[in-house]
Design a protein around this ligand. Structure first.
Ligand code: SAJ
Length: 418
């Protein structure tokens, strides 16, 4: 018979992944304790409120808290299952920083009585789940951990990477297929029983390192595809061709599917995860490394194109439309648009730059310190400017009255006004 979990779950890290996972479980009748180091997050969730913006999540959090299934705390409690969803940033040398995972594991260890499962959801380099099993073995020599046992272990350890797209998290959390990798087969089965509570997609069982590598591969694949598009866009620009037209034509071939060029690749996943593969096999990851370098170079190229267009004017004003890392979200962190605006403003300190971002009311600190930058509504930015740089394909910019652009020098990095 298919195993379905019942018991208490502690979700460590109430961020973009942990909180939706906690809500998905709690709204289906599981007792969930959310754990976070940030007191403001714990307070917000305890009141049934959202610490960040994500469609459909607010109603889920308030519902789960009001029915008493979701609580939040700063202390790791006793539970039957632990889901770790903390950040894995990278260090300056692009190696993964797994210190948040190690801290979470150190806090779980004293709570274990035997029989619990510890699931890593954070995107991590191959071998990280095995590292959790080893760390637990060191901290709890009284327990048998799965890496050290052919037969029954006291504790189960698995990796179940999330693959939800920001902006569609609550839908994709339920409908996406899930990869569940265990240190042993039994670990994978135990973990799958938890995701079966809410997942409607297939649950695919594998080993922990393959699950870790599969997740990194998904984002590296997308990064390489975008790098191909970005390289094409530079080539087309130099040949005075429209890259979007070329890609649109090529994509009509039944086996070609090139993604869109843009101002660079932002966010916390695609621009980060490929480095974990490079870190695991530096000599062999030539294409993956080059793709990262191509995508990382694109914001600089865009900024310098805008700067060179400005040299055609005596006293130009520049409009930069969009700061978010992608369309229709409010997340300005790790955004190529922010890098571009900063580089333009620093390269042209005497030029007024009007920035429009419908999803924010204040410039991020890095930009707020620059005296030649101002945040204004899109219409005003465009109206007052000689040069318009389109950096984010927000719906608001897509549907903008094109007649506003008449007579302006337009640099459309997303190909939405072609
Ligand atoms: N971008 C382009 N051209 C494109 C598509 C995207 O330049 O054709 C840019 C976007 O503007 C953005 C960046 O790439 O700056 C990343 O955006 P995204 O929408 O591709 O991805 P994320 O970072 O929001 O989410 C990704 C997703 N991974 C894949 O689609 C393989 C998501 O499913 C993962 O769960 C998420 O990473 C994650 O958490 O790893």
């Amino acid at each position: 018979m298919t195993e379905v979990f019942s018991g208490r779950v502690a979700v460590i890290g109430l961020g973009y992944i942990g909180l939706p996972t906690a809500v998905a479980l709690a709204t289906r009748g599981i007792d969930v304790v959310g754990v976070d180091v940030n007191p403001a997050t714990v307070e917000a969730v305890s009141r049934g409120q959202l610490p960040f913006v994500e469609p459909d999540l607010a109603v889920g959090v308030s519902g789960a808290v009001s029915i008493g299934r979701l609580t939040a705390t700063m202390e790791t409690p006793e539970a039957d299952a632990y889901i770790i969803a903390v950040p894995t940033p990278f260090n300056d040398d692009h190696t993964a920083d797994v210190s948040y995972i190690e801290k979470a594991v150190a806090q779980i260890a004293p709570q274990l009585r035997g029989g619990e499962i510890v699931i890593l959801e954070s995107t991590s380099p191959p071998g990280t789940s095995m590292g959790i099993s080893r760390q637990l073995a060191e901290l709890r020599p009284d327990l048998t951990l799965p890496h050290a046992s052919e037969g029954m272990a006291d504790i189960y350890v698995a990796h179940c990477p999330e693959r939800v797209l920001p902006g569609r998290v609550m839908i994709e959390m339920v409908t996406n297929d899930r990869v569940v990798g265990g240190i042993t087969r039994r670990c994978a089965e135990k973990a799958a029983a938890i995701y079966r509570v809410f997942a409607q997609g297939d649950i695919l069982l594998t080993d922990a390192a393959s699950a870790e590598m599969a997740k990194l591969t998904e984002n590296a694949y997308r990064d390489v595809n975008i790098a191909f598009a970005n390289e094409l866009s530079l080539i087309c620009e130099s040949l005075h061709l429209d890259a979007w037209e070329v890609i649109k034509m090529a994509n009509r071939h039944p086996r070609v599917n090139i993604l869109n060029p843009g101002p660079g690749v932002g966010g916390h996943c695609i621009a980060v995860d490929p480095w974990f593969i490079v870190g695991a096999a530096p000599e062999l990851s030539k294409l993956i490394r080059t793709a990262r370098e191509i995508n990382d170079h694109k914001p600089h190229h865009v900024a310098q194109q805008v700067v060179s267009k400005a040299s055609r004017f005596r006293d130009p004003t520049i409009a930069c439309l969009g700061l978010a890392f992608k369309a229709n979200i409010d997340d300005l962190r790790e955004s190529p648009a922010v890098d571009i605006v900063e580089e333009i403003a620093r390269s042209l300190p005497d030029v007024e730059i009007l920035v429009a971002e419908p999803f924010t009311t204040a410039l991020p600190q890095r930009l707020a310190v620059l005296p030649n930058l101002r945040l204004v509504p899109a219409e005003k930015a465009v109206e007052t400017s000689d040069i318009v740089a389109l950096l984010v394909d927000h719906d608001q910019f897509r549907s903008m009255n094109r007649s506003w652009l008449a007579g302006k020098v337009v640099y459309d990095t997303r190909g939405i006004w072609r």
